[in-house]
Design a protein around this ligand. Structure first.
Ligand code: PEP
Ligand code: MN
Length: 342
């Protein structure tokens, strides 16, 4: 909290307000400017509420009280100044590294998933993705193989050795998904599904929390707070594009999210250029932009035969484009002092 004194406040007024702060149990840090004085208050969020009989905000010598305590306490920088490193089955996601996560949008067959897992390893990925429960816009579109897909992912993990992240869309499935997966993904459509957030917060597995495509940074961080509030601070945030007026891309990757949210929260931030663009030709340039902006990782769709993918084939990487992404992930983050992928 900051108390802004009125321009005409004198020395005695300042002393008196500082004294009120001390009586309320807070500490006052007085900073005298040329035109006015401000008093920084450290203590409870609303320490002055403890002061009986005196409303400091109403004193004529006080111009304004600014409450700067953020509404998300556990995920903000307030009590946690450095960026956290989240470990997913031993794979770090945080400020020292750049984590490439790759895999199919959806698990279709064991053969396709294994091929995609091998592509991920060859590209230098440290983790693999793959959808088992797909939140599709159309109820007629492929909905995912459910628990069969989870079994396939677990088999591919033992084959290729990469930890698995997969989406959970129903609070009733959290326990099942957590039995197979190393990290639980909350998709853009479920960012404000608070019952689901609470459930994954209690599941004992790291969480990849995508930003709602129409959500502000504050709303996104409040969603993270739901997970954290259940005792789980192993959360990685993922910017995956927002809805704008532009029609050339599926959504617009908001690169600003990376530095802005890093400044607001200690949680790592990664980007998903595949679901943002919806077009494979844009995935590598957007990924590069995210790397340059300081993202802690990138998650991309890959597929051994994009032309026959059951879901999001238009954005799936393979061949030379995946190689380009892999090169970028190995080199650009290293220029910024991180251990790059590969
Ligand atoms: C996904 O990663 O498979 C997915 C559906 O992403 P989003 O929730 O960002 O659309
Ligand atoms: Mn997809």
């Amino acid at each position: 909290m900051v108390i802004v004194m009125a321009p005409n406040a004198g020395h005695a007024d300042i002393e008196q307000v500082a004294d009120y702060v001390a009586r309320a149990g807070g500490s006052a840090f007085v900073s005298r400017g040329v035109n006015r004085t401000i008093i920084g208050v450290v203590g409870d969020e609303d320490v002055l509420a403890h002061l009986e009989g005196i409303d400091v905000e109403q004193l004529p010598c006080v111009a304004q009280i600014v409450r700067i305590s953020s509404p998300y306490k556990l995920v903000s920088h307030e009590n946690h100044t450095t960026t956290s490193t989240i470990s997913v089955r031993g794979v770090p996601i945080g400020p020292e590294t750049f984590t490439l996560i790759a895999g199919p949008c959806a698990v279709e067959t064991a053969e396709q998933t294994l091929a995609a897992g091998r592509m991920a390893v060859a590209a230098g990925a440290a983790m693999m993705r793959g959808g088992a429960y797909k939140p599709r816009t159309s109820p007629y579109a492929f909905q995912g193989l459910g628990e069969d897909a989870l079994r396939i992912l677990a088999d591919v993990r033992s084959e290729v050795g990469l930890p698995i992240v997969t989406e959970v869309i129903d609070a009733g499935d959290v326990e099942t998904v957590a039995r197979y997966a190393d990290m639980l993904q909350i998709g853009t459509r479920n960012m404000t599904n608070f019952a689901l957030l609470r459930e994954v917060g209690a599941a004992g597995k790291p969480v990849l929390l995508k930003r709602g495509f129409a959500s502000t940074y504050d709303e996104w961080l409040m969603a993270a707070e739901y997970v954290a509030q259940r005792g789980n601070l192993d959360i990685v945030l993922c910017e995956r594009g927002i809805r704008t007026f532009e029609t050339a891309t599926r959504n617009t990757l908001d690169v600003s999210a990376v530095p802005v949210v890093h400044a607001l929260s200690h949680l790592p931030v990664i980007i998903d250029p595949s679901h943002a663009a919806g077009r494979r030709d844009l995935v590598v340039p957007l990924a590069r932009a995210g790397m340059a902006a300081g993202a802690d990782g990138v998650i991309v769709d890959v597929h051994p035969r994009p032309e026959s993918a059951k879901c999001d084939g238009a954005q799936a990487l393979s061949g030379p484009l995946l190689e380009e992404l892999s090169q970028a992930a190995a080199t650009i983050p290293a220029l910024l002092g991180r251990r790059g992928a590969r």
